[in-house]
Design a protein around this ligand. Structure first.
Ligand SMILES: [Fe+2]
Ligand SMILES: [Fe+2]
Length: 285
């Protein structure tokens, strides 16, 4: 099974530039062209949040226009730049959740059981998995504890050492505005349910990987702009135009020992491909 992950689109209405600088609409068009050119085609495309930049209907209409070219099955979870009602109104087919509730859901039609999690705390940059959402997640995991599960959500639970982003990390409770950031409830579930093959996130606008409470956490770069890798304690919030990419996640029931395998696939026009020749000009097979 092949999963393509697209994250942190930050589309502005009227194709306006994000932060007055980034042509995010063009970046999305290029990402979709990139995905549609893949052979073999992905089985599914997962959008892990920050679909819009202000979370308004006009942005999602812009996204829908561009996604007309995406003819593969796709699903979405919200990021901190999204608003639930407007996102769900625009993409009900991509968010099979109950209107007016958290935008979390189960995808049962694939070899890997996938769980889309809603980590949005509307109006705030940080993420939250409150007790209600954790209870829902535990209920899903408990239904089929032996099946392999993949979770996808916007906010990673990990510490990235990029200070201004870590201030916006996932938190345990909606009423906790103090950034306790312990995520003990989620950690407990990860330790308890060993069938979770991985967690796919966005939000950090950089490719990051770590194992958190025994579960691989994979953060994909943005398809538009990236957060500067500044690890100073008071490093300023800043982005740059390092290469945009999607991630491609392979999962095979025949290779359970390697779990989820992730490729970062850069979007752009690069020289090559060139065949491998040796010094005499002979093709190396
Ligand atoms: Fe983002
Ligand atoms: Fe975000």
């Amino acid at each position: 099974m092949l999963i393509a992950q697209i994250t942190d689109l930050h589309i502005r209405a009227g194709r306006n530039l994000a932060y007055g600088r980034v042509d995010t609409a063009r970046a999305l068009e290029r990402a979709i062209d990139h995905v549609m050119a893949l052979d073999p085609a992905p089985d599914v495309v997962l959008f892990t949040g920050d679909i819009g930049d202000l979370g308004i209907a006009a942005e999602y209409a812009e996204v829908a226009d561009i996604l007309a070219a995406l003819t593969l099955p796709y699903y979405m979870v919200p990021g901190n730049h999204d608003r639930r009602a407007a996102l769900h109104d625009a993409f009900p087919h991509a968010i099979p959740a109950k209107k007016g509730d958290f935008l979390h859901y189960i995808l049962d039609d694939f070899p890997l059981r996938m769980i889309g999690l809603d980590t949005l705390d509307e109006g705030y940059g940080h993420g939250v998995l409150c007790q209600r959402r954790l209870a829902w997640l535990e209920n899903q995991l408990a239904q089929n504890p032996l099946l392999p599960h993949l979770i996808f959500m916007h906010h990673p639970p990990i510490t990235s050492f990029i200070a201004h982003m870590d201030a916006l990390k996932l938190r345990g409770e909606a009423d906790n505005r103090t950034n306790a950031g312990d995520n003990n409830g989620l950690a407990h579930l990860f330790r308890q349910y060993r069938g979770i093959v991985g967690v796919l996130c966005g939000h950090l606008h950089r490719p990051l990987h770590c194992v958190w409470h025994g579960v691989p956490v994979n953060v994909a770069p943005s398809i538009a702009h990236q957060v500067v890798a500044d690890f100073r304690e008071h490093g300023p919030a800043a982005f740059n135009m390092e290469p945009a990419a999607i991630q491609l996640h392979f999962w095979s029931p025949d290779l359970p020992e390697q779990g989820l395998l992730t490729h970062t696939s850069y979007i752009g026009d690069f020289a090559g491909p060139y065949p491998f020749f040796d010094a005499t000009g002979a093709l190396i097979s």
